[in-house]
Design a protein around this ligand. Structure first.
Ligand code: FMN
Length: 245
């Protein structure tokens, strides 16, 4: 295990990972975090609640039946509303589904009505890698009808996010809003997963239930609930920084 110590008084760039920190405490730099060989500022991450949430949030695809309370839902929505938005447009809309039966119906419709559109748009590969590491097979489809849910993963809360169409910034705004919501959820003990496949809701007969504004479109959904699994951390690529000279 690689181990370094830094004593810092001010903002300082620690180099690897270009992390800016402000602390008068010892910062332990380690290469191991959840078994992944990576430089992660473990001590800082543990100490700092924001960093802790950023590092520990995972896409969770297995949930208990425990419902998300109204107060928790309000915290998640408010965190989304606190996101920055270009020209402060705050163009996002939240479409909330928290009835398990309705979620199951929406899920089945997306799987059924959306599959041709998914294939047509060349998303089969994406579906395979997102949902099933070994590919989406007939067995998976059978499992779905046996009660497993490959779209919303049995989560008790689904929030669809819509934003204005044909606007350069609105999808970026929505992404920031979504991440705020997932980090807020993590901070209050809830798990989440972004669901791009949920956009195929517009191919289904249930789309009107969402009351999406005429000039808006669904760009993402996020599922929330109590985790029934602890997904592993996927290693992050590190060869993605260019220093402009
Ligand atoms: C825009 C977007 C769409 C996604 N769509 C799906 C999806 O439809 N189904 C799913 O199970 N996961 C989906 N994911 C979750 C990613 O697969 C997951 O975030 C990624 O594998 C990294 O894992 P982590 O979030 O645990 O770090 C999506 C993530 C993003 C950002």
């Amino acid at each position: 295990m690689h181990f370094l110590k830094y004593r810092t008084k001010e903002y300082r760039n620690l180099g690897e990972g270009s992390l800016l920190i402000k602390s008068s405490q010892l910062i332990f730099v380690t290469t191991t975090f959840n078994g992944i060989q990576n430089f992660v500022y473990q001590q800082l991450v543990t100490m700092n609640e924001v960093l802790n949430a950023i590092y520990k949030r995972r896409a969770v695809r297995k949930y208990t039946a425990e419902v998300v309370k109204e107060t928790e839902l309000e915290i998640i929505l408010d965190a989304g509303r606190m996101a920055p938005s270009a020209m402060n447009k705050q163009g996002w809309m939240f479409h909330v589904a928290n009835d398990p039966e309705l979620i199951a119906v929406l899920s089945a419709s997306i799987l059924h009505d959306g599959k041709f559109a998914m294939l047509k748009e060349g998303l089969k590969e994406a579906i395979d890698s997102l949902l099933h590491p070994k590919g989406f097979s007939l067995k998976d489809a059978m499992n779905f009808f046996r009660g497993q849910d490959p779209i919303f993963h049995g989560a008790p809360l689904v929030i669809f996010l819509s934003c204005p169409k044909n606007n350069t910034w609105s999808a970026l705004d929505l992404g920031m809003c979504a991440q705020n919501m997932m980090l807020a959820a993590y901070s209050i003990g809830l798990a989440s997963c972004p669901i791009g496949l949920a956009t195929f809701i517009e191919k289904t007969s249930h789309y009107e239930k969402l009351h999406v504004k005429k000039d808006h479109e669904i760009r993402l959904a996020i599922i929330f609930g109590h985790a029934a699994e602890e997904p592993i951390l996927h290693e992050r690529k590190k060869d993605n920084v260019v220093f402009i000279k």
